[in-house]
Design a protein around this ligand. Structure first.
Ligand SMILES: Cc1cc2nc3c(=O)[nH]c(=O)nc-3n(C[C@H](O)[C@H](O)[C@H](O)COP(=O)(O)O)c2cc1C
Length: 322
């Protein structure tokens, strides 16, 4: 048998008050035994472990000047609970705490509460079961990193890129917009190698370009060509990919632009996420152009983008499984 902590013995000023506190936090804590020797005492806990509470007569209570985490002695006792938010809410409702602050860490959630005697108790909920992770205090960044790479000459594709970014932000993820501009192209080749270095750190890359003569604009194609170095090193493998384009016609071969993104993504070993909405399958009323590969937008004769396309751009992120 492995040795384990069975109980801690703690002096309190009022037995019932401390029992009420502990049972509010952990209703499954039962009185295992209680009695009176020179002082009243109680064992409160489960079959496996318990807290031995010992009541001191008020006139004998020494007010302790102990500085927690500094002076010798016990700082707190910790309990593992199933649902820390419920524990916190119960303690608030019973008046034992007045805020619901719970430390939300990668592998555990915890909160610390002082009772009426100034004794500190810790409650912890583990969100993993592996012992090595339970003991790990390394914080993992669980936030997906999403990049939006686009070219826009007249501003329409840029408007869509901004709307796509707004949608990403609504998912509490900070997107990064990489705009390709004419000066980035040197001797026909996209020249910003540092952008490729950065992109290798992302979980998802969303491509955007206007449709020019039935395909991606040359400036975006220069970027696609320059990605061959990342392709050779497999740097985009397993990242999520998606795309959007804008054109001047309702059906101006914009799908060809998206298909070229799709092919690019597959060459890189990326996982393509389409536009999972349509007026036919849900009530959102979005994706009026009915493109399932990615967002196809078009503008009116004044060059103004259709509001439905802009709105659809905000949900392009929903298709990304990250
Ligand atoms: C050279 C050129 C070629 C174009 N070819 C197409 C096309 O094949 N299909 C289409 O629907 N629109 C085409 N258009 C219209 C643009 O795609 C459209 O105006 C787009 O919204 C421009 O995007 P931007 O404002 O981001 O530059 C073309 C525009 C130009 C300047």
């Amino acid at each position: 048998m492995k040795a384990f902590v069975e109980h801690a013995n703690i002096t309190v000023t009022n037995l019932e008050r401390t029992i009420h506190f502990l049972q509010t936090a952990m209703p499954d804590f039962q009185i295992r035994h209680q009695g009176k020797n020179t002082k009243r005492w109680c064992h409160l806990g489960t079959e496996d472990s318990y807290i031995a509470l010992q009541e001191s007569e008020p006139e004998h209570v020494q007010t302790c000047q102990r500085k927690a985490y500094n002076d010798l002695g016990l700082n707190h006792v910790g309990f593992v609970v199933d649902n820390i938010n419920e524990v916190s809410q119960r303690l608030i409702a019973a008046g034992f705490r007045n805020d619901d602050e719970v430390m939300d860490e990668t592998y555990r959630k915890r909160c610390y509460v002082f009772d009426q005697d100034g004794i500190e108790w810790e409650f912890v909920e583990y969100v993993v079961s592996e012992p090595n992770l339970k003991n790990s205090y390394k914080e993992v960044d669980m936030t997906a990193k999403i990049a939006i790479v686009y070219f826009s000459h007249g501003g329409n594709t840029k408007q869509i890129a901004v709307k796509v970014a707004e949608g990403v932000e609504q998912c509490d993820v900070q997107p990064t917009l990489f705009e390709i501009v004419g000066d980035d192209i040197q001797a026909g080749r996209y020249s910003k190698t540092e952008v490729f270095h950065e992109l290798s750190q992302y979980d998802a890359i969303i491509f955007g370009s206007p449709t020019y003569m039935g395909s991606a604009a040359a400036q975006f194609k220069a970027f696609m060509d320059a990605s061959s170095d990342s392709y050779c090193k497999g740097l985009w493998r397993d990242k999520i990919a998606a795309g959007f384009t804008s054109g001047g016609s309702i059906n101006g071969e914009q799908q060809q632009t998206l298909l070229s993104f799709f092919v690019l993504a597959n060459q890189h070993g990326m996982l393509w996420a389409g536009l999972d909405t349509s007026v036919h399958v849900d009530a959102l009323g979005l994706n009026r152009t009915g493109s399932s590969i990615g967002l196809v937008s078009s503008h009116n004769e004044n060059g103004k983008l259709h509001p439905n396309d802009l709105e659809t751009a905000t949900i392009l992120v929903y298709a990304l499984p990250c």
